[in-house]
Design a protein around this ligand. Structure first.
Ligand code: SPV
Ligand code: MG
Length: 431
């Protein structure tokens, strides 16, 4: 009996298009087609998180003809998979010769050689691609899959970094800021919709003068640009009777999580030195709010975070821990513990104490004042989500202030030109 050759085709395919069908057709000429369907984890290591979950993608791909087997591929760089399968042929589009995956391509060629296998490259179908389709259907994310994104990410990775997006431009910058680290690409995982920056861009105080409906409308600009999950800072959530409508609006806007803080009365930003007019809610009242928010969600994946202000208000660590226990018991998916200290000692102390009784709850921290602490120290201490809550807006503010005064001083823009993005760059950015 002559054994049939194995023709291996790696696929991510949360959008299946004719380019994929073309690759499978080619692969069949060489042998039995095994599809290596990349897991969510594998995909998220080299590009944005997939829109469809692994199971959904599996169902989709299993309906395609010409496939002998689908296996789960958990490594995006093929280091384990290739050794295991030792395929005779490895079939891939030729669009990976440049860019992110070119190193991986070199590895595949060498590895395949070691058992006499061969890389077959199929010319890229230029009029179709995942990106083209994704753009065409205007980001393509159905609201429900958008809402689920954060929970899905947290299942795969327990450490995420987020940054504040206050409009379409900041979302665009976040979407396109990537750092190549060895063979991996580092990018921000999620977006923080901040009450502080949403107020500041309108030159309004962070005291809920900018109401929820204005802020939620603004999210549209962001979701048009970015498919990263959004966490919404809802201050104290307002009146308990209004909470179900807030949660519903957030879900309908594609938000993945809401943060409610345990303060009452007129809102004052937590980083404000004078908190004398701020009161902390009772555990009973606030726990009720958490329950109401949890019970009003439509999607089981929408997450509710309880923000504890004990350390901000000077009410102590004991109070913070007591509250965290109660809020988790009330159904909060996670805790946001905040501090306005210059160092992270009290945050790390909280994390240590909290982790003694809760291993699973998600903990979010915002190192604005203790900015010298690195993400990895916070993750190591037990945090799951680290958020840079206002740095983009602050950098834009400083740059604009400097440019405005330079123009006034010089009576022309020439001196400012070297410190600002060129017109060419700006025009190209938008197209
Ligand atoms: C925000 O970004 O609006 C926050 C975080 O709530 S802080 O400003 O530190 O209170
Ligand atoms: Mg806020």
């Amino acid at each position: 009996m002559v054994l049939k050759k194995i023709s291996y085709v790696p696929l991510a395919s949360d959008i299946v298009h004719s380019g994929h069908l073309n690759i499978i057709k080619h692969a069949r000429k060489y042998g039995d087609v095994i599809i290596g369907l990349l897991s969510d984890k594998a995909i998220s290591q080299y590009r944005e998180f997939p829109i469809l979950s692994y199971n959904e993608r599996y169902n989709l791909v299993s309906k395609l003809s010409g496939i002998s087997q689908i296996i789960k591929q958990d490594d995006w760089d093929y280091k384990q998979t290739l050794k295991k399968i030792k395929p005779d042929y490895f079939v891939h589009g030729d669009d990976w010769k440049k860019g992110n995956l070119s190193q991986v391509r070199k590895f595949v060629i060498n590895e395949m050689k070691s058992w006499g296998g061969k890389l077959i490259e199929v010319p890229f179908t230029s009029n179709i691609s995942r990106k083209l389709i994704k753009d065409k259907i205007d980001l393509n994310l159905s609201i429900s899959s958008r809402v689920s994104l954060l929970k899905r990410m947290l299942v795969l990775r327990q450490n995420l970094i987020g940054i504040e997006a206050h409009n379409g431009m900041s979302a665009h910058i976040i979407e396109n800021t990537k750092l190549k680290e060895k063979n991996k690409t580092k990018a921000f995982d999620l977006l923080w919709s901040s009450s502080l920056t949403d107020s500041t861009i309108r030159a309004m105080p962070d005291n809920q003068s900018v109401d929820y409906s204005i802020r939620i409308n603004g999210l549209n600009e962001i979701t048009n640009i970015s498919s990263k999950p959004i966490i919404f800072d809802a201050d104290n959530g307002g009146k308990i009777e209004h909470l179900p409508y807030l949660v519903k609006s957030l879900e309908k806007s594609g938000v993945s999580a809401v943060v409610l803080e345990d303060k009452t009365g007129l809102k004052i930003n937590s980083l404000f030195a004078d908190q004398s007019k701020s009161l902390q809610d009772t555990v009973k009242n606030f726990s009720k709010k958490i329950e109401v928010a949890c019970n009003s969600r439509i999607s089981k994946d929408f997450m509710v975070f309880a923000r504890i202000e004990s350390l901000i208000l000077g009410n102590g660590m004991k109070d913070a821990i007591r509250r965290s226990k109660n809020y988790v018991k009330s159904g909060a998916d996670g805790i946001f513990i905040h501090s306005k200290k210059k160092d992270s000692k009290e945050i790390l102390d909280f994390l240590k104490k909290f982790r003694k009784f809760s291993e699973d709850s998600i903990v979010m921290v915002v190192p604005s004042t203790y900015s010298s602490t690195r993400e990895r120290e916070l993750f190591f201490g037990g945090a799951n989500i680290v958020i840079y809550a206002n740095q983009l807006l602050r950098s834009a503010h400083k740059a604009m202030e400097e440019t405005a005064s330079q123009i006034l001083k010089n009576g022309r823009a020439y001196e400012a030109d070297k410190n600002i993005s060129s017109i060419k760059k700006i025009i190209k950015l938008i197209n």
